[in-house]
Design a protein around this ligand. Structure first.
Ligand code: PAF
Length: 288
């Protein structure tokens, strides 16, 4: 497995692969890899075939964290991540340095951001106002550096995947975006690098997100005429808040293409939520 930290080095190799007609599959990550990430790598491998190359990037992107968020304590485990990528037969690990991605004076400047203005507005975008500007900017930069044919994103970050798809469409990136299913622990908790912040008691209570989704799904599927979104939200807030470590940030019911809120839940409506478990903010989503 190759390991590259320089933007120029990555671009040179990416251009060479392009000249040689090598298909590149890309999995962008912030590291602290888990089985969920590795399932994206497997998916990318299937998509580009045995002759293709798989690139994983690891970069904890400061631009997508708000001032009060966990950027400085976000887990960084490059040696362990490198071993996992090697074992998964990743062809290239790209782990750029901050000063190359966001050059700062006196050596350089950075002043250009990508802002998606439609799909990014509600849910995560409402709770974390600069988050998607940071995500779209780093993803656009990584696409221009890695030059992938296909990029794989996890469905756990449903709105992120939609924003990236919107950006790729709007800005004509010649890249196929594939969204791969969320991997869950045996008790339903969606795999996430942030799960490791949870104490054992918080970890037990964290299953409330998945149980909340199941409750909404069962209620919706039982109903003949649809379920009121506001009633369902009230019921879920009560259900979740009965867990002492849990505090709801948002619960949203929406159309899975436009991401616009809906008032009446029917099978096929999408739901997403963000819940603090102690100080850890977890997200999850699913189709009802
Ligand atoms: O999903 C993530 O890990 C990040 O948001 C991404 C896509 C790597 C951009 O930093």
């Amino acid at each position: 497995m190759r390991f590259i930290t320089s933007v120029l080095g990555m671009q040179r190799l990416a251009k060479r692969w392009r000249r040689e007609g090598v298909e590149v599959g890309f999995v962008p990550t912030m590291g602290c890899l888990h089985e969920g990430h590795m399932s994206l790598v497997e998916r990318a491998r299937k998509l580009v075939g045995p002759k293709g190359r798989i690139v994983v990037s690891i970069y904890v992107n400061p631009a997508q964290f708000g001032p009060a968020e966990d950027f400085s304590k976000y887990p960084r485990e490059l040696p362990r991540d490198t071993a996992l990528c090697r074992a998964a037969k990743v062809d290239l690990l790209f782990a750029p340095k901050d000063h190359e991605i966001y050059p700062a004076p006196p050596d350089g400047t950075f002043g250009t951001y990508v802002v998606e203005e439609t799909l990014s507005q509600g849910m995560e975008g409402a709770s974390r106002p600069t988050h998607f500007r940071g995500v779209a900017t780093i993803v656009a930069k990584l696409f221009n550096i890695v030059l992938p044919d296909t990029a794989v994103f996890g469905a756990k970050d449903f709105q992120q995947a939609a924003v990236v798809q919107g950006m790729v469409h709007d800005l004509n990136f010649p890249i196929r975006i594939v969204v791969a299913p969320t991997l869950r622990e045996a008790d339903g908790l969606a795999m996430s690098s942030r799960n490791r912040y949870l104490s054992p008691e918080e970890r037990r209570q964290a299953t409330v997100l998945w149980r909340g989704i199941q409750l909404a799904r069962a209620t919706t599927r039982r109903s003949q005429s649809g379920v009121s979104a506001s009633k369902m939200r009230d019921q879920l807030v009560k259900f979740i808040s009965d867990h002492p470590a849990a505090r709801v940030d948002y619960i949203a019911f929406f159309d899975s293409v436009t991401l616009q809120p809906v008032d009446l839940l029917k099978p096929g409506t999408h739901m997403a939520m963000a819940v603090f478990i102690g100080r850890t903010r977890l997200i999850d989503n699913a189709k009802l």
